[in-house]
Each structure stands twice: as structure tokens, then as C-alpha cells.
Ligand binder design. Structure first.
Ligand code: DWN
Ligand code: ZN
Length: 404
């Protein structure tokens, strides 16, 4: 494939095979699911790791999008901190304006609203936008790009702060997005966004971060290279613990501020870790294959031994794990998830029943695969009773193992 940003031929890395849309949970086994070839490539010119083919946005983000940010207490706390760090210091005398791209159910913007700051959320899924509006958070349905940015600027004026969390990596036309940010951002404004970090994905072999929605797996080097193309500069990068390791990027107009020492260090670390070299990604692909056979053989051994295995959390990420590793209801009886919209449905492609967490207490399994490994601390704290009942947890990132 050709790199979406610089157009040069990128080197093929992973081939995960035919994959359904990660969040297309189905009602009946007979239901048809859309499939596409999930594979990745790496562009050495701009250091960008990306998926080759992405399904149409309307197939992924729609009025039944089943992910709600507010379901995680940890993430809610994290977004409160983000607003404290980046919005609280805005000068109230100038009546600042904050825009969030991909605002989901308003979990982040609610903290901006509590500060009494003018705000607007944009999200393509009307169901989550309705939830945000019902909480008094100004939100509109739409895809963010240059056209939308110009319209927002006409209606509300320039933005002093543009925020985005776990969404910029979902947008294939990243140059159009960057051009939109450039148009909407005031001269001293900041664009602050955070995403799963490619450095962690490579280091932990967390290949489940690769699925239809995540068209890019960013690092500081690639983000700097992308935004420079439109006259924006990466001035800081701040590591985060969320989603198994993320990076928060701070971007301003060129010349507005110089690069932080922390960013210089991160860029150097990325060079040392080989994040600009194709070989690093080819080695990652080999480790993905290894992890796949390790997980499959562990589940097969447990089945042979007569153990009952269930899963915890029907994440988007688990669609890659289940389909790539060929795991279905033969190996995992059911998956529990707190999202009502996912319960009574089947996982796409692998047809594992999703049910309420209560099922664990009624008929406890012997083992639980922790699909939301990124929320391990929150979930293990919450489910201490299950662990005390003797249920053993299995993690597959960074290694396939039974949690002791
Ligand atoms: O980037 C994205 C991230 C932010 O969220 C999106 N592309 C879609 C989604 O990805 P995900 O589904 O992999 O995210 P999570 O946060 O790992 O998924 C959590 C899932 O686990 C939800 O279905 C809710 C469930 N859950 C649960 O059942 N009990 C989560 C927690 C914390 C719990 O205690
Ligand atoms: Zn490129």
C-alpha cells in the first residue's frame, strides 16, 4: 500500500486475515457480517504504522455505536485530570472556547462544562451525542475535518483548546483533520490529543490494538512528521498509563512555542527503540504469530483438561484476538460485559455469547480471559469476590499467562 500521508510505498508488516468490524456485535449466528482484510504496513519516510484497508466510516460509527466512555471509572477520572491540566488555566477574560473531536457521551467535556467554559463536542455517532446533550453538554453529530472546522470557526470563533482522546487514530484523512485543526485553532491555541502509543504496542506485543477503527498506531516521530505538513508543530509529548500505554501530544502553530525537553527525549528514545525502522515492525509481526499460538494452545489444553473458560469484557480489541487466533465458543463459553448494548449479542465472527457480569457469580468458570487487560487494575479490584471464589484470570499482554 501507499502511505496515506506521504504517498510512498509502505512495507507490509502483519496479515491478520479476514476480519469483521470490531464493534459489529450480532444477534444471531446466521446474521451476515461485513468482513475486510486486516493487514498493516509501515512507512519509513514518515515513521507511520498503519492498517492497509479501512472499511467505510459509516460502517463503524453510526447511531448504534456500542462504546460508552463513561462506563470506566478510571477513564472518567483520567479525563477529569486531563481537563485540570489543560483547560483550567485558560484565560476566562477572553471567554475561551474548547472543542472536542470524538466527544462520545460527553465524559470528558462534562468537566469543561463544570468550569463554565464554552465548549462544543463533535462525534459521528448520534446515539452517544444524544447522551451528551441530555447531560447539558453541547454536542453535534459530524465527522471532523477542514470543512467542519471552517463551519465551527464561523459560528463560534477560533478555539483556544481542541481536545481529542482515542479518536485521531480513527481518522484516515489525517491531513484533512490537521488542516481543520490549523484553521480552527487560535494563534496561541493548543491541540491536545492522546492515543494508544506505538512504543507500548511494540514493546508489549499488544496486537489487539490493531483493528478497523485504529487506522494509525502513532508515535511522537510520526505525529511530528504529519502535523508539520500543515504548519503545526508538536511541542510536547506526555506518556499516559491509559489503554495499556498511551501518549498525549500537544500541538501548536509553528513558532508559537519551542519543543519541550521531554519531547526531545521521547524522540531520541523512539530512535533507539527502532520505531523508525521497518525491521522493528517485522519482528513485532513474528511475535504476534507466537502469541497467537501460545494463547490458542493454552485454551486448548484447558479444554482438554475439562476446565470451563469464560471471558471478561467484549472489547473492540477482542475482535482481533478472537478472529486472528481462531477462538470461538468451543474454547470460550461466554464473555461478560457491563455494556447493556452488547449483552444478549454474539461477538462478531467468533460467535461467543455476551452476557451480564452476574453470570460469573451464578455459574463461576474455572478461568477468565481478561480481554480488557488495559483496565486490569479497575476490573480485578471490582471483581475481587470472583477471584476469591477461585476463578483464575488469564492475560495475553505482554505475555500469555495465568495471573498469579
Ligand atoms: O479507541 C477506542 C477505545 C477508547 O474504546 C475505540 N476504538 C473503542 C473502544 O475500544 P475497546 O472496546 O477496546 O475499549 P475498552 O475500554 O478496553 O473496552 C472496555 C469494554 O469492557 C467495554 O465493553 C466495557 C467493558 N468493561 C466491563 O465490562 N467492566 C469495562 C470495565 C472497565 C469494566 O469494569
Ligand atoms: Zn509516510
Amino acid at each position: 500500500m501507499h502511505c496515506r500521508v506521504c504517498g510512498v510505498e509502505a512495507r507490509k508488516v502483519n496479515d491478520f486475515g479476514q476480519m469483521p468490524i470490531a464493534n459489529s456485535f450480532i444477534r444471531l449466528i446466521q446474521e451476515d457480517v461485513f468482513r475486510f482484510q486486516l493487514s498493516t504496513s509501515f512507512c519509513e519516510d514518515c515513521a507511520l504504522f498503519q492498517i492497509d484497508e479501512q472499511p467505510n466510516a459509516e460502517l463503524m460509527f453510526h447511531d448504534a455505536y456500542p462504546f460508552f466512555t463513561g462506563l470506566s471509572m478510571e477513564m472518567t477520572r483520567h479525563f477529569k485530570d486531563l481537563v485540570q491540566s489543560h483547560a483550567e488555566s485558560l484565560n476566562r477574560e477572553i471567554d475561551p472556547f474548547v472543542v472536542e473531536i470524538g466527544s462520545n457521551d460527553g465524559t470528558l467535556l462534562q468537566f469543561v462544562r463544570e468550569l463554565g467554559i464554552r465548549h462544543l463536542g463533535i462525534d459521528p455517532s448520534s446515539n452517544v451525542v444524544a447522551i451528551a446533550n441530555s447531560k447539558g453538554i453541547s454536542s453535534e453529530v459530524g465527522f471532523f475535518g477542514e470543512k467542519t472546522a471552517v463551519e465551527i470557526e464561523k459560528r463560534f470563533g477560533e478555539a483556544d483548546l481542541i481536545l481529542a482522546a482515542n479518536v485521531i487514530c480513527h481518522i484516515p484523512d489525517i491531513i484533512d483533520l490537521a488542516a481543520g485543526v490549523k484553521k480552527l485553532l487560535g494563534p496561541n491555541g493548543q491541540f491536545v490529543f492522546e492515543e494508544p502509543y506505538v512504543g507500548d504496542i511494540i514493546a508489549k506485543t499488544s496486537y489487539d490494538q490493531i483493528y478497523d477503527e485504529h487506522v494509525y498506531l502513532f508515535g511522537a516521530t510520526s505525529v511530528r512528521n504529519i502535523f508539520r505538513r500543515v504548519g503545526l508543530e508538536l511541542i510536547d509529548a506526555i506518556p499516559q498509563f491509559t489503554h495499556g500505554g498511551s501518549m498525549r501530544y500537544v500541538i501548536m502553530h509553528v513558532g508559537a512555542r519551542s519543543q519541550s525537553l521531554r519531547l526531545n527525549r521521547i524522540l531520541r528514545d523512539e530512535e533507539v527503540a527502532g520505531l523508525s525502522q521497518t525491521n522493528t515492525y517485522l519482528e513485532f509481526a513474528a511475535r504476534c504469530e507466537l502469541r497467537r499460538s501460545e494463547l490458542r494452545s493454552l485454551l486448548q489444553q484447558l479444554k482438554t483438561a475439562g476446565a470451563r473458560v469464560a471471558g471478561y469484557a467484549a472489547t473492540s480489541k477482542s475482535t482481533t484476538i478472537l478472529n486472528y487466533c481462531g477462538i470461538n465458543s468451543d474454547l470460550i463459553e461466554y464473555i461478560v460485559d457491563s455494556t447493556p448494548e452488547k449483552q444478549m449479542r454474539l461477538t462478531p465472527g467468533s460467535h461467543i455469547r455476551i452476557t451480564d457480569v452476574e453470570e460469573l457469580r451464578k455459574v463461576p468458570p474455572d478461568y477468565l480471559v481478561l480481554f480488557a487487560w488495559n483496565h486490569e487494575k479497575e476490573i480485578l479490584q471490582k471483581e475481587i469476590e470472583i477471584t476469591q471464589m477461585g476463578v483464575k484470570w488469564i492475560r495475553f499482554v505482554p505475555n500469555v499467562e495465568i495471573i498469579s
